[in-house]
Design a protein around this ligand. Sequence first.
Ligand code: IVH
Length: 666
Amino acid sequence: MTPSEKIDELIKKINFYNEQYYQNSISEISDFDFDNLLLQLKNLEIQHPEFMRDDSPTHRVGGTVSQGFASVKHKYPMLSLGNTYNEQDLADFDERVRKIITEADIEYICELKFDGVALSMWYENGVLVKGVTRGDGVSGDDITNNVKTIRTVPLKIATKNMPVSFEVRGEGFMPLSSFEMLNKEREDIGEQLLANPRNAASGTFKMQDSGVVAKRKMDCYVYQFQSDDDTLFETHEQSLSWMVEAGFNISPTWKKCTTLQEIYDYINFWGVERHKLPLNTDGIVIKINSFAQRRELGFTSKSPRWAISYKYKAESASTPLESVSFQVGRTGNITPVANLKPVLLAGTVVKRASVHNANEIERLGLRIGDFVFVEKGGEIIPKITAVDLDKRTDATVAIVFPENCPECHTQLIRKEGEANHRCPNEKGCPPQIKGKIEHFIQRKAMNIENLGTETIETFFRKGLINNPADLYDLKFEDMISLEGFREKSVNNILAAIQKSREIPFKQVIFAIGIRFVGEGGAERLASYFKNMDAMANASLEELKQVPDFGETTAQSVYAYFQETENRAFIERLRTAGLEFKHEEQEIIIEGNALEGKTFVISGTFQHFERDDLKVKIEANGGKVLSGVSGKLNFLLAGNDAGPSKLEKAQKLNVAVISEEDFLKMI
Ligand code: IVH
């Protein structure tokens, strides 16, 4: 292969992984391998500048700017860091620094490298005015409303020596506990799982609905202070202390080091301890402490010369694949699970790894008996990263994906474009039946708390329940005759079932378990259609009008209501007395002062919550829209109203009114 062909091939590969990572939230390759590809490309471009392409990924700082948010140019570009992987690289970095800083002692601050997404946050007179993603390093997305949902990001600070205008930067992340919960929910509604907390964080911060972002309990560690005034702090350490005082969330894991040995000790210490933290970390960052020295060292085009990162190598172990089991999920998805010879990895014994689907088996080229590499890249479930081909023998056996469901023996199906094989026997396949009932009773659905997995199992085995509607036919006598059931527990169950009849309509929609309809989707369906019949009889086109509904979700809801059996199930729930109407329908008409007028609500208000304002507007004959357009009558702007909305309203000559103006109108 000629160098020019090699360059083309590397660019193609890097672009492929980049796209997968940023657009599809999948990473099939470790950071180490990815950086290695970039390095190979960089070296080739240095050797053959004549083949350097204008669109080479080496020109970019990383990331992409996504659609749908206003773009904000960073006042100071958001650069990336050079990566190192061993002690020698670090010694080289230290030597480069000492060649430039010859006159003074050098202090480093070592910090953990948090694995999330970089955020820039601007404060004016102590008030958080903007939160922006890194984007392409030059401009990012204005995600202020999403950043404001992070509880540890102060919305307002009041402290001594506060510059009028300053920026802090930090890493926004999804805590591991939130990530686990989110993936559990996704699995529950049959959605593809998110690859890791970093992708989950980047996807979450780019959501249009800040309410959903808030539910995901995002967090942020701040690691940098910036302002135009160079005289405020002499060292990074001083800026960190000030930021702590001002109420910013600074991870206390940083340390000042003056020798390379101290840095290596820090690396080794956190190499083990980092696994106990509530978030993923993938390395450490070594920064010069003195700001004067930082200015002297300056920047290259992509990264500062005063800082470098050290990446931990993902811990991996090699072990034989003994067998593969196939598990059936609530929605009928079949997941292959690799049974491994137990092996110690990052402090825990690993026996199993998920292989996701048939494509993954093929991609890895897996065979039973193969030695496989398992990695815990921070994810909770370890994954198989590759087959150790050097150790492959003739004794390995191909993995045969079953044609029939391992639980109910129905023939499996695999729809075009879907990665998963599924068991279509929704109504007769035991794990699917039990899964549906468990989904139905969960807190966010019908909230029938007194029923646990074991009770469901017992009731199912005894033939008392075969689908969620059967719960409403359960009788005292049925249960009391079962072993281990006393009068009190039976009465509690009956009381909880009775109480579930008052559960709001949106939770009923979530509970019935339509594929791809999560809590948020159910809520939007409820407020769009207002009642069960309107939703059940909606056309596909109408379903596509539900906010944030794509083709797949609309199709799934439509298909659900086309099935006679599902209709019968819904009728049984109706007979049982479940809530089939959306409460908002019961708006008490107060007047018609706002008849025919449209409003967009933005910001926070003194007298009303946003939802209450919506009710008030509708009660007076008005309508609430979500986006500013030329047709809009009023932008009702509270504190911290979205600047992009205000700007657009002004441009389009839409009246901007305050809460007081609004109250006068009604
Ligand atoms: S300092 C010039 N400190 O790593 C960049 N970055 O590759 C100076 N990161 O985009 C950044 N933890 O998102 C710094 N303690 C830390 C960090 C950290 C994570 C991320 C950050 C940045 C990337 C640089």
